[in-house]
Design a protein around this ligand. Structure first.
Ligand SMILES: [Fe+2]
Length: 511
């Protein structure tokens, strides 16, 4: 890139073949092995001066061939940051130095079995995850709590702590020695008002789930059992001002196979979904379970209290086993990947109303459009809200080809499509500095453009996303596709305001 200084921060060992043709290690999923920094990126259009903070994106980025079958959730964590201040943007990408990543860098090969492999095939007997013996890749989500970025693993594991500007791995969360042996699941939730972090975990031993609360001072202040009828595979939770909302979806490992150490998930259409409502600091005896139509929910969007009711929004799956998914590539992959595509799962925005007085659930489909990965203005998390920005998927693939702004008050939808061969990341909402309304700000995504072999970070005006980006930030290398992202305002980040130039403070800006 002419006129832009790109600093090479590091190169890690990759033993992947140059002609790799695995569908989730090639094309838009081509992994990276070089870490780079750009102090001031090239910008097409004009970055708004009131866009202030960092967009963080986690990606699954493998560096070694799998033992047998690679699944995209197995990839090592590479986090990308695009920082915005004073109408300029800086960029960095770094691997998270997880224990597993470091051990496999030393060994020069994969040591643990992935989600599509048999645990007994692992070369190491230790490991993490609800099913055990997996590498904690920490490549699923990224959130910012108490000024520190935390990366997570989709099946429960450690939380790795990253400097949100430099992306240096600064260790694992231990909460003063109170970090639970069962780990933390992929989606811990930050309450923007209380500053608390809410989380759950799950596993194959009774009570099968726990729920906990971390204070703004980073202490474990609450931890309780949540008794489930058996091992479950919950991925997400929700919260309101006063309640945590957990779930018992009827998609779980077949018990007879699980007894033999085989992890094969099946959906039980004849069983209801159950939603558990727990006062945020209460014990397991106070949980109230609400039954709802059978489904599996991968991601909830938000929840809030409305009189006697809790309003919970998320994505209902009409086909949680993805049997209708048609993977367009080699058919030996089709079964392995059928639970990855939004069209296969038939994911639609859905609202559950849980009445705390009558104990009744009412529910409704909010739209026929197939979307998932709904992001909201984080300042409205747990509180009444109106908008969610959710991704649209490429048929058969775990790839996003655009996004929809859903107006939950009017039902209106505004769409943007990235273009042929261009795939986006989860869209985070960045409130404008001095924001006066829920959509008074920007929507951010990071694209992978296979045809042009490049990536950009796109900035949309949240009030008119259909018009396309107001600015595009050029990144130094094509970024591998990935899963989750977040936004953190500069005001949340230590050193951001006091630094003359936050990019310089982390050694990024040229003099
Ligand atoms: Fe997720």
């Amino acid at each position: 890139m002419a006129g832009v200084d790109v600093e090479i921060l590091g190169r890690v060992l990759s033993t992947l073949p140059d002609d790799d043709d695995h569908p989730y290690r090639s094309g838009p999923w081509r992994p990276q092995s070089v870490e780079r920094a750009v102090g001031e990126c090239e910008v097409i259009g004009e970055l708004p001066a009131d866009l202030d903070g960092v967009y963080l994106r986690n990606t699954e980025n493998p560096v070694h061939p799998a033992l047998t079958n690679y699944h995209p959730f197995d990839g090592d964590s590479m986090v990308h940051v695009v920082g915005f201040r004073d109408g300029k943007a800086f960029y960095r990408n770094r691997f998270v130095r997880t224990d597993g990543f470091l051990a496999e860098q030393d060994a020069g090969k994969s040591l643990w079995a992935g989600v599509a492999e048999r645990p007994e095939d692992a070369l190491r007997r230790d490991g993490w995850g609800a099913r055990g013996r997996m590498k904690d890749a920490s490549s699923t989500d990224v959130v910012v709590h108490a000024g520190v970025a935390l990366t997570s693993f989709y099946q429960c594991g450690d939380l790795y702590r990253l400097d949100p500007l430099t992306l240096d791995t600064v260790g694992k969360v231990d909460w003063g020695g109170a970090f639970p042996a069962e780990g933390v699941s992929a989606h811990p939730k930050v309450d923007p008002v209380s500053g608390e972090l809410l989380f759950f975990n799950y596993g194959t031993e009774a009570p099968y789930m726990h729920y906990g609360v971390i204070s703004p001072d980073n202490e474990l202040v609450h931890y309780t059992d949540v008794e489930l009828p058996g091992p479950r595979l919950p991925h997400d939770m929700a919260f309101t001002e006063n309640y945590a909302i957990l779930n018992d979806c009827p998609l779980f490992w077949k018990p007879e196979l699980l007894a033999r150490g085989v992890h094969s998930a099946r959906f039980h259409r004849d069983m209801p979904m159950r939603l558990g409502v727990l006062p945020r600091r209460a014990g397991s005896g106070d949980i109230r379970w609400f039954e709802a139509e059978s489904t599996f929910v991968l991601h909830f969007v938000n929840a809030y209290e409305d009189g006697d009711e809790i309003v919970l929004d998320g994505f209902f799956q009409s086909d949680p086993e993805g049997r209708g998914s048609v993977f367009p590539g080699e058919q030996s992959y089709a079964k392995m990947f059928r639970m990855l595509s939004l069209d296969g799962l038939q994911t639609r925005l859905h609202r559950w109303r849980l009445n705390l007085v009558t104990g009744r659930t009412t529910e409704e489909r909010l739209t026929d459009s197939i979307t998932e990965f709904g992001m909201v203005n984080a300042g409205h998390a747990g509180r009444p809200y109106r908008y969610t920005y959710a991704s649209t998927g490429v048929p058969g693939w775990f790839l996003f080809d655009g996004f929809v702004k859903h107006d939950l008050l009017t039902g209106a939808q505004e769409r943007y499509r990235y273009g042929d061969g261009v795939f986006g990341s989860e869209t985070a909402v960045a409130p404008r500095v001095g924001s006066r309304g829920e959509d008074d700000g920007y929507v951010i995504t990071m694209t992978t453009d296979v045809a042009e072999d490049r990536s950009e970070c796109l900035v949309f005006d949240a009030t008119r996303v259909g018009d396309g980006p107001v600015a595009r930030v050029r990144l130094p290398e094509r970024v591998s596709s990935g899963t989750h992202s977040t936004w953190a305002a500069g005001a949340q980040l230590p050193g951001w305001r006091t630094a003359e130039d936050p990019a310089a403070a982390v050694g990024l800006s040229s003099p």
